[in-house]
Write a protein that binds this ligand. Structure first.
Ligand code: NAD
Length: 283
């Protein structure tokens, strides 16, 4: 049976350290503050928002919520982003995406001040992740995978890591973060010729395809460390990952569950980025 790598202890350990940093900031008169910008009321946004609010409260981060109706005009969104940029009391901003179809998401992302981009959506943040220079932060989900590997003691140096999924939110930035830790990274996608073989080769396998149970017994090899980023609803309405959990449990060395794995760590990473951004205003 594989070890089950839950996200909760990782989040807890991060949170404990963040509480101390938030207290140190408060002692210097700075209340770390996150802006949450939401357009519309998509259930998955509301659910993540509830988690983020709870985490921020635990850590000692204040939250300012900016909610726009789903049919808001682009200019209203841009004006809200300007207000967030211009408010010195706000250190970071989480903007839910995707934005409604009538909005120009690229323009909205580009408008956010990179120093406040705590979820890696601006070109500045991506440059920081890819080139190691500039302001901004990696996307929280990609960073959450790194936190899990570190917490459970996985030394990535020289390790073969296969990542399935090449989105700018997870796969690609994660590949860069893994490279920074000297892993040998293979990035797979829908056009990968033999996905199962590429997956089996990895000593660490990260699934971020967004397809229920696309990773099965064929894709797994004995002792592998398997991180399941996917959040999908299966045909029976259950929340499942990209990995067939029973198959991984049978052969892998460790596997993160869904729910309760990677997703449980992302709000702590978000909080860490806000604290970091607040600390930077003092230096
Ligand atoms: P996306 O749709 O933008 O990207 C999916 C990527 O996977 C693409 O690069 C695509 O080429 C690849 N892919 C899709 N099907 C594949 C297949 N059959 N074989 C090989 N590659 C395939 O999705 P995303 O935004 O990167 O999110 C990925 C998953 O992670 C989703 O399930 C999403 O819900 C989940 N997610 C979880 C968290 C979290 O906090 N745990 C956060 C963000 C996203």
């Amino acid at each position: 049976m594989a070890e089950v790598w839950k996200g909760a202890p990782v989040a807890q350990a991060l949170t404990e350290r963040l509480i101390l940093r938030a207290q140190a900031l408060a002692a210097r008169g700075v209340i770390p503050t996150l802006a949450i910008l939401r357009v519309g009321e998509r259930p998955e946004d509301l659910s993540y928002e509830r988690g983020a609010l709870k985490r921020c409260e635990k850590v000692g981060i204040a939250v300012k919520q900016f909610n726009l109706p789903a049919d808001a005009a682009q200019e209203a969104l841009m004006e809200t982003i300007r207000r967030i940029n211009d408010d010195p009391a706000i250190h970071g901003c989480l903007m839910f995406r995707p934005l409604p179809g009538h909005m120009d998401e690229k323009a909205a992302c580009a408008a956010l001040a990179p120093a406040k981009d705590v979820d890696g959506i601006t070109a500045g943040s991506l440059a920081a992740v890819f080139a190691g220079a500039g302001e901004g932060y990696p996307p929280c989900t990609a960073q959450a995978c790194m936190e899990i590997l570190a917490y459970y003691g996985c030394d990535l140096t020289g390790k073969r890591v296969t990542v399935v999924g090449r989105s700018l939110v997870v796969g690609r930035p994660l590949a860069m973060l893994l490279l920074h830790k000297n892993a040998t990274v293979t990035l797979c996608h829908t056009r990968t010729a033999d996905l199962a073989a590429e997956c089996r080769r990895g000593e660490v396998l990260v699934a971020a395809a967004g397809k229920a149970r696309v990773i099965g017994a064929d894709h797994l090899s004995p002792g592998q460390l398997v991180l399941d980023v996917g959040i999908n609803v299966d045909e029976t309405g259950n929340l499942v990952g990209d990995v067939d959990f029973a198959a991984a449990d049978a052969v892998a060395g460790a596997v993160t569950p869904v729910p309760g794995g990677v997703g449980a760590v992302t709000t702590s990473v978000l909080a860490a980025h806000v604290i970091d951004a607040a600390e930077k205003t003092l230096s």
